[in-house]
Each structure stands twice: as structure tokens, then as C-alpha cells.
Unconditional design. Structure first.
Length: 317
């Protein structure tokens, strides 16, 4: 039985999510968002487009709806959000947010804000309730829903050629808020990365390189880069244990960038960088499962062998 179960988990269960029938009604403002083929995140105001709904439509939300909130995620958002929140109640603050700093929106790839009209009927009334939206471009206004676009949001993946090393968390947050820190040209690291780096990496360069996401799934991401200089590739997804990276067949280190996202060093030239999720718990679980299966089969073999041997000598019942 254990052998059959192991075979099913190893060979017959799909490794990727299969195509499924879309049971959701096509909603005009959702279809508008899905026309944007880049990787981006949204934020719904006034109780619209919560993360659970966004996931159903295949749209990335900047929020998280779970009782188990990664600590870095909670600390980063608490630092930026108006008023902050105690950690235990963090998942509930999204219902009360009426202000998101533009600096934060740019950093986390927050490209669209979705606002339902309800009692609101004009742009002026929307901006009166959510003044911070005046910094963004209104791109949609139909069926009592308005969408505002952040044209300055950082892409999901991009190259930088400058970095600062700051180990203290509070100092990182303070530096991220300062206008003198250019988030498009530089990144904050918690440890220096000297191995394999050009001595002139930490310079102000105009060249941003060419970065293209060629595959994006829940547990694997492939990015094509082309750059004339060594640089740091920033992937705007949460820095979290279990994620690995490689260039070709060479494994490379992932380090925290701007405290919350992932960064890797990429040498000059053309490369394919692959991020893949392989947590230690999964590997350890696989080893334990395989060992258990092996011992079980060995035990069955010993049992059958001893029973047959007993029959030969007439010792069996």
C-alpha cells in the first residue's frame, strides 16, 4: 500500500496546476486589468477586490489574507502604512486602509488601485475620500468603478547597479523612505556581496539592462537578462526561506533586497536566471518517506523470506 501511494505522489499527481474551467462571470473592470500582460499588483479600496477574489481571477494583489503572516511582510507594511497595526491583528487592517504612500506602492509593484463608486459619483468626490489617488492617473471609469494607475511602479523584475549595505532593520526602513535614495538605481542589502563582483558595481549607471520574465508559476520563475555590466537582479516577490536560484547549472545565493524582496548577483552578458521553491522541509520529508518505504519493503521481503524458509524446514503452521 505504501508503495502504491508513493508511486501516485511521485508519478501521477500533476506537478503543475492543470487548466481549469473559469466559473467566474467576466467583470468589465477585471477584464480591463487582465489586458495588461505585465506582472503587476493591485489594491482594492472600499471593500472591493480582496486577495481571495483576485486569486480567482489570476490577478496579483499586494495584500495577504492569512493567519500566518511572514514577519518581514508584516514589518515592512506596518512601517509604511498610516497608523500601523499590532502584529496579531495585521490581517484585518486592509479593511480600514484609506492611505498608501506612493513610495511603498512603487517598491512593491503596486500598479493599479480599484475604487467602487457606491455613494461616490465624480472624480472629485473620489479624491476627497482618497486624496492620495491624486498622484495617479485615472484610466478607467465605468459601471461605478474607477481604476487609477501608478505609472511609476517598479516592474516585477529589474536590474540595478548600485547598492548600500545596512544591517539594522530600522535604519533600512528609514533609508527606504528618504527621497535621496533612488529605488530605481540602487538597492539596500543587509550583507555585502563581494564574491564575483566587479569593484565598480556600486556606481551610478544609466544602463538598466534588458529583463524579461519568460516563465512565472507558483514554484518556478525564469527570467532572461542582458546587461553590459555586472548587476543585481531584483525580483519583486517576498524574500522567504526555501527559494533557490541558479544561472544555468550554477547555483547562486538569494539575498534580501530592500528588506522584503529577493535579489541575486548577475554577471554581464546574456543569462537565464531560474528561481525555484525547494524548502528544506520538503527535501527532509522526501528522505524520511523514501527511507520509510525502503524499510517497509525490506521488512516485507524479510518476512516473506523467513516464512518460506520455515515452510522448507517444516516449521510453519
Amino acid at each position: 500500500m505504501l508503495f502504491l501511494i508513493s508511486l501516485e505522489f511521485t508519478f501521477y499527481i500533476p506537478k503543475e496546476r492543470t487548466d481549469r474551467y473559469d466559473p467566474y462571470v467576466k467583470i468589465p473592470y477585471v477584464e480591463y486589468l487582465k489586458q495588461d500582460k505585465t506582472k503587476f499588483r493591485i489594491f482594492g479600496l472600499n471593500s472591493i477586490m480582496f486577495p481571495t477574489i483576485c486569486s480567482g481571477y489570476g490577478i496579483d494583489d499586494v495584500r495577504i489574507m492569512t493567519a500566518l503572516v511572514p514577519l518581514r511582510f508584516a514589518e515592512f507594511y506596518k512601517m509604511f502604512l498610516k497608523g500601523g497595526s499590532s502584529f496579531p491583528r495585521f490581517v484585518h487592517i486592509w479593511q480600514k486602509i484609506d492611505f498608501i504612500p506612493k513610495r511603498m506602492a512603487d517598491l512593491v509593484n503596486l500598479k493599479y488601485f480599484v475604487v467602487p463608486y457606491r455613494e461616490l459619483s465624480t472624480r472629485d468626490e473620489i479624491l476627497a475620500k482618497y486624496p492620495f489617488l491624486s498622484e495617479y492617473q485615472q484610466v478607467y471609469d465605468k459601471y461605478h468603478v474607477a481604476i487609477f494607475k501608478n505609472n511609476d511602479a517598479l516592474p516585477r523584475a529589474y536590474m540595478v547597479y548600485g547598492y548600500e549595505v545596512i544591517e539594522d532593520k530600522d535604519k533600512i526602513f528609514k533609508r527606504l523612505k528618504e527621497d535621496s535614495f533612488d529605488i530605481r538605481r540602487s538597492v539596500i542589502l543587509e550583507n555585502d556581496i563581494k564574491e564575483g563582483m566587479d569593484s565598480d558595481l556600486n556606481t551610478d549607471l544609466e544602463d538598466k539592462g534588458n529583463v524579461e520574465i519568460i516563465e512565472y508559476t507558483y514554484n518556478k520563475i525564469k527570467i532572461r537578462t542582458q546587461s553590459a555590466k555586472d548587476g543585481i537582479l531584483i525580483l519583486g516577490d517576498a524574500y522567504f526561506p526555501g527559494w533557490k536560484a541558479r544561472i544555468g547549472d550554477k547555483k547562486i545565493d538569494i539575498f534580501s533586497a530592500n528588506y522584503i524582496v529577493r535579489g541575486v548577483f548577475v554577471p554581464a552578458g546574456k543569462h537565464i536566471i531560474e528561481f525555484y521553491y525547494l524548502p528544506r522541509s520538503w527535501v527532509l520529508g522526501g528522505i524520511i518517506s523514501f527511507s520509510t518505504l525502503t524499510l517497509s519493503l525490506l521488512g516485507c521481503f524479510v518476512y516473506v523470506y523467513r516464512k518460506r524458509k520455515c515452510k522448507v524446514y517444516g516449521l510453519a503452521d
